[in-house]
Design a protein around this ligand. Structure first.
Ligand code: GLU
Length: 337
């Protein structure tokens, strides 16, 4: 079986160091296994569209020397790697889920849903949709569709729990009663992250999903969706959170999080990759200096840690200084200019 991985950012206009860490780990594992790395643009949130964000992202990866085997190329060749170009595929599969009774139309207004959430939270109950629209009949649905806006939700299975295996955390289980009937298709007709993500992981034959820990709570929903279609889910690896030195989640407030800012400040590309590789992964020896080529050989999934990784700017600067010391004087002059 050939290994296929993907980096699947939503184009936000800049590359977060956490995003680079995800992309880099996927890249290294693809290199190590002779697999393929795919760049997939998850741009289904129409409210957050940013002009030129993808070209900018591709340029940043070029500066870092991270190459994708498949993905959109610059100057407008979007190919099949933009989710916004794949609505026909999502529409086909949502129709299947509605037919099989695993998804349903929901016409509830935002006001009603807000009220519901408020009540549940006051009663300290699990906040989730109450399935008011689950049993509408076809006639009612057709009538409502003419005049009301709607979303499509998944009907979470009746099984007691969903169990899945995470390559870093081991076996995990979540009770189905704690999982909300997730919206799969939004009011504007675009799929949500969850739906587009699993349809694409299946169609792009992704074998391993390596992504940030913040996506761990979404994974049971993804497993349920894979089960609905009778597809095998990929292997999951949720990478540890990146933390500020005070152990809070890494945020802009405590320093730069955009890779572009470090490049602009004159950090050497390879030093950036070297430092970012150490965020949640550790080498087999005490040596922490790794060129990209060396990382490609040394990287191993087994040495990814569970606990959060502190982004330590002092250490980053120190690693960068080691690279600067080893660059010949002409290159330093060029870079300085
Ligand atoms: N689009 C998600 C993101 O912005 C991708 C998460 C995933 O890899 O499943 O990070």
């Amino acid at each position: 079986m050939s290994i296929r991985l993907r980096f699947a950012p939503s184009p936000t206009g800049f590359l977060h160091v956490g995003g680079l860490r995800t992309a880099l780990f996927n890249y290294l594992y693809a290199k190590k296994t002779n697999g393929k790395l795919i760049l997939r643009i998850e741009d289904t949130d129409q409210n957050r569209k940013i002009k030129n964000a993808v070209n900018h992202l591709i340029k940043t990866f070029e500066k870092l020397n991270i190459k994708f085997d498949e993905g959109p190329i610059q100057s407008g060749n979007y190919g099949p790697y933009f989710q916004s170009q794949r609505l026909h595929i999502y529409n086909k599969y949502i129709a299947k889920l509605i037919d099989s009774g695993n998804a349903y139309y929901c016409f509830c207004s935002t006001e009603r849903l807000n009220e519901l959430r408020k009540n549940l939270s006051q009663k300290k109950q699990i906040i989730k949709y109450d399935r008011k629209c689950l049993n509408l009949n076809n006639k009612e649905i057709l009538k409502k569709k003419k005049s009301e806006s709607f979303v499509i939700r998944m009907k979470v299975s009746n099984e007691p729990e969903i169990t899945f295996y995470d390559g870093i955390r081991g076996k995990l289980s979540v009770k189905c009663e704690e999982i909300e009937d997730q919206i799969l298709i939004k009011g504007d007709g675009f799929p949500t992250y969850h739906f587009a993500n699993i349809i694409d992981d299946h169609h792009m034959k992704i074998t391993h999903v390596m992504r940030g820990e913040e996506w761990l709570p979404s994974t049971p929903k993804h497993i349920i969706l894979f089960n609905f279609f009778g597809w095998n889910p990929p292997k999951y690896y949720h990478l540890p959170l990146l933390l500020n030195p005070d152990k809070t989640k890494l945020s802009k407030r405590q320093g730069d999080v955009a890779v572009e800012n470090y490049l602009q400040k004159g950090f050497i590309s390879e030093a950036i990759l070297n430092y970012v590789a150490l965020l949640g992964w550790h080498p087999s020896s005490n040596n922490e200096m790794f060129s990209l080529k060396k990382l490609e050989k040394e990287f191993s999934l087994k040495r990814i840690q569970k606990s959060g990784a502190v982004f330590d700017i002092e250490k980053f600067i120190w690693i960068n200084s080691q690279y600067i010391k080893n660059i010949d004087v002409n290159t330093i002059a060029d870079l300085s200019r």
